[in-house]
Design a protein around this ligand. Structure first.
Ligand code: PMP
Length: 440
């Protein structure tokens, strides 16, 4: 019997023993194509020897020094690299161990900012339905996944939710994408007015939706309007790019494609590519200045902030992504993935939508394409697809369709940035077989 408390208690998991490139092998000798990068984590694939060597060098030199005593060369070099390539105005990196911690830090920084500048009445967050920001209590409070939140609701800080960018279901037939985006931004403004914008700390959004929504992309102009609304109301814009960032959508940051910069931005997953547990909150100079001129410290902290080996892993991963021009491959293979998904599922009777950007794409399954009626959640189609895919040596990231009772099951694909055109075809072939077997 396993003494590990696994996520699903009734399930027996294969034992992963080795990884090479886009494949993971289990103890029984079976191999799986990692078409989801785990949870959109793996960007260089598995077993990259240069990353391993950089981590070994760091362990030999120094593995850990507590941040209340020291900084390290490697944390400084990683921050320099990230800030040199960050959206305009972001000037500092706060290093944590993953996505939820990055979101917690962002929420607390945003709150402390207003305390420092003499607006302590600001205590509310606005975020979006069908979003995911992490499983710690602060991150869960802003997240819009009802299923994850329900039993913890009494423990959560106050957050209000507006509509996600969900063109497939919510864009009206007589509406252009631009008009749909403007309508969603107006909803944010109305919500700020209803709450009293002087009480609101920040608006938090995934630039491209991930774990709860399945690669929901923003309509054109939406984030430009959101940026303008936040500025006009003195509300901070916090972009969560834990899943969609660090190259996954074809540019280093997804918000580059929207032409905007946030006040705070969270990154993780692809930042360390799975080689080290690491994330960061990137902070605008305005916020850092308020801390410096105010209390002089950020009232937060964890033992493993800026862990030297995790920083060495992330620095190596980011240097290789840049050196090898992998974002070009993300864009090219993203197009290939879209082509193959369209060819395989474009007229599939139970695939209602194919969406996403770069190597971050999803299909949404529906019982009826004409009415967009989802499958009965009791059927757990997403779990069946995962099982059928694993049986065919394919890892995909499926999600159930129960949120708000109005979304179909979906399957997210997020393969490593090193995939080839042939890999993409193999992934979509196996997925096609798994979907059809799950529906049979
Ligand atoms: N934010 C987003 C957008 C995410 O997708 C996730 C993880 N799926 C998180 C935060 C939480 O990250 P972690 O699981 O590393 O705590």
């Amino acid at each position: 019997m396993s003494h590990v408390l696994h996520r699903t208690l009734s399930h027996t998991y294969p034992v992963a023993v080795a990884g090479e490139g886009i494949r993971i092998r289990d103890a029984a000798g079976r191999t799986y194509i990692d078409a989801s990068g785990g949870a959109a984590v793996s960007c260089l694939g598995h077993g990259h020897s240069e990353v391993g060597e950089a981590m070994k060098r760091q362990i030999d030199a120094l593995s850990y020094a507590h941040t209340s005593f020291f900084t390290t060369d490697v944390a400084e070099a990683l921050a320099d690299h990230l800030i040199a390539h960050a959206p305009a105005g972001l000037s500092h990196a706060y290093f944590v161990s993953g996505g939820s911690e990055a979101v917690e830090a962002a929420l607390k920084m945003a709150r402390q900012y207003f305390v420092e500048i003499g607006e302590p009445q600001r205590r509310l967050f606005v975020a979006r339905r069908q979003s995911y920001h992490g499983n710690t209590l602060g991150a869960l409070a802003v997240g819009g996944n009802e299923w994850r939140r329900a039993q913890f609701a009494p423990l959560l800080v106050e957050a209000h939710h507006v509509s996600p960018t969900y063109a497939y279901r919510d864009q009206r037939e007589d509406e252009t994408p631009e008009a749909y985006g403007a309508r969603l931004a107006d909803e944010l403004e109305e919500t700020l007015a209803r709450l009293g914008s002087e009480n609101v700390i920040g608006f938090l959004a995934e630039t491209v939706g991930g774990a709860t929504s399945g690669a929901l992309t923003p309509p054109p102009g939406y984030f430009a309007r959101v940026r303008e609304i936040c500025d006009r109301h003195g509300v901070l814009l916090i972009l969560d790019e834990v899943m969609c960032g660090m190259g996954r959508t074809g540019t280093l940051h997804a918000c580059e494609q929207e032409g905007i910069s946030p006040d705070l931005m969270t990154i993780a997953k692809g930042m360390g590519g799975g080689y080290g547990p690491i994330g960061a909150t990137l902070v605008s100079d305005r916020i850092v200045r308020a801390f410096r001129e105010g209390s002089g410290l950020f009232q937060h902290g964890h033992t493993y902030l800026g862990h030297a080996v995790a920083c060495a892993a992330a620095l190596a991963v980011q240097t290789i992504v840049q050196r090898d021009g992998l974002l070009e491959n993300v864009r090219a293979m993203g197009e290939g993935l879209r082509e193959d998904l369209a060819a395989r599922f474009g007229s599939h009777p139970h695939v209602g939508d194919i969406r996403g950007r770069g190597l971050f794409q999803a299909i949404e399954l529906v019982a009826d394409r004409a009415t967009k009626e989802p499958f009965d959640p009791a059927r757990k189609l997403h779990a069946r697809i995962k099982r059928e895919a694993m049986a065919r040596g394919l890892m995909v990231y499926p999600m159930g369709g129960t949120i708000d009772g109005r979304r179909g099951d979906h399957v997210l694909l997020a393969p490593p940035y090193i995939v080839t055109r042939q890999d993409v075809t193999e992934i979509v072939d196996r997925l096609g077989e798994a979907v059809d077997a799950a529906l049979a």
